[in-house]
Design a protein around this ligand. Structure first.
Ligand SMILES: [Zn+2]
Length: 329
């Protein structure tokens, strides 16, 4: 097997909707359902928000109901750090918005092994008010570590859409993101619009190159991507079938902290943006918040604790982007 650390096959029921592990089959779950599963609870204290502390147990058991590879990272205690998709992607119905999902193969490896590259239809997560903090353009060795410290302090998970050239420069920071249970997504190799947006094949080239950079560090590749600048206005119709064919799921955002404006905004201005934009009800109760983790974005770091507090007070739970995350629009 390629690039695996410790594999614990099997635990649990927290995967297939079809396995009947959850009491509801319509895709809508209460916080109580999610906290408890039906008989297996799979959330850990490490990942728990304050409002999840009433769950009954964080024990796992092996009911033999699933052959997914659940990877346990000893540095993160007993909890699954991420889930590895099956060769045929059949375990993509994992119904947990808090555990990152990766592929153990690059696209090139899948093609060579004659494995599918296109994802099957996936039911999107819904039913709980979720906030997905996303940090683009890193990792760097200044602000990304500070962001990771804050996330750890608040017990919150996030998604980092990284650029391949930054991964090549700061591999140890990428490794830390991975080890601490956050999700990693692909944000192109060099973020250069002129090179990314002439054609879908140009875009694919950078996606694969970045996958390789990520794979070299963590032994996995993400299925989630974010188009630099967002897909609207950038993608032509040829991009969508290219992404489908290669199993990439693109996520833009529906809350913009505005930390990418050319003139650096104050921390308070970023807080105000997130505060104002998260007062409304979102489609699927899902707020995907755009921020950045590069050396220039100092005020993002300063604003983050307050942004987390506001979202918690507003009743959001924190998740990571996976192919099961609903689209923001
Ligand atoms: Zn970007």
């Amino acid at each position: 097997m390629i690039g695996r650390s410790i594999l614990v096959s099997a635990i649990m029921c927290f995967t297939f909707l079809s396995s009947g592990c959850f009491s509801q089959a319509d895709g809508h779950y209460s916080a109580r359902d999610l906290n408890r599963g039906s008989k297996d609870s799979y959330w850990s204290d490490d990942y728990a928000d304050d409002d999840l502390d009433d769950r009954e147990s964080d024990d796992y058991d092996d009911d033999g109901g699933d052959d997914s590879d659940i990877v346990m990272n000893p540095e993160v205690k007993k909890d699954p750090s991420y889930i590895v998709v099956n060769n045929d992607f059949s375990n993509l119905q994992v119904y947990n918005p808090r555990i990152p999902i990766y592929d153990q193969y690059t696209l090139e490896q899948r093609r060579a092994l004659n494995l599918p590259t296109q994802l099957p239809p996936v039911q999107k997560f819904s039913g709980i008010k979720m906030a997905y903090l996303t940090f683009d353009d890193g990792p760097d060795d200044i602000n990304t570590p500070r962001i990771l410290d804050i996330l750890k302090m608040y017990g919150v998970i996030a998604t980092f859409f990284v650029c391949g050239n930054m991964v090549d420069t700061y591999p140890s920071v990428l490794k830390r993101i991975f080890n601490e249970g956050h999700a990693i997504g692909n944000h192109s190799y060099n973020h250069n619009y002129k090179q990314l947006y002439p054609s879908a094949s140009n875009f694919l080239y950078q996606m694969e190159k970045t996958d390789e950079a990520i794979f070299d560090v963590i032994g996995m590749r993400p299925l989630i991507i974010r188009a630099p600048g967002g897909k609207y206005g950038a993608f032509t119709s040829e991009y969508y079938p290219m992404l489908d064919k290669n199993g990439y799921v693109e996520y833009d955002w529906n809350v913009d902290s505005e930390d990418a404006k050319s003139q650096l905004k104050s921390a308070q201005a970023l807080i105000d943006q997130v505060d104002q934009q998260t007062q409304k009800k979102f489609k699927n109760d899902s707020a995907i918040i755009l921020m950045h983790s590069t050396a220039a974005k100092t005020t993002t770091v300063d604003a983050l604790p307050k942004i987390i507090q506001i979202l918690k007070e507003r009743g959001y739970m924190f998740g990571v982007i996976t192919p099961m995350t609903p689209q923001p629009w």
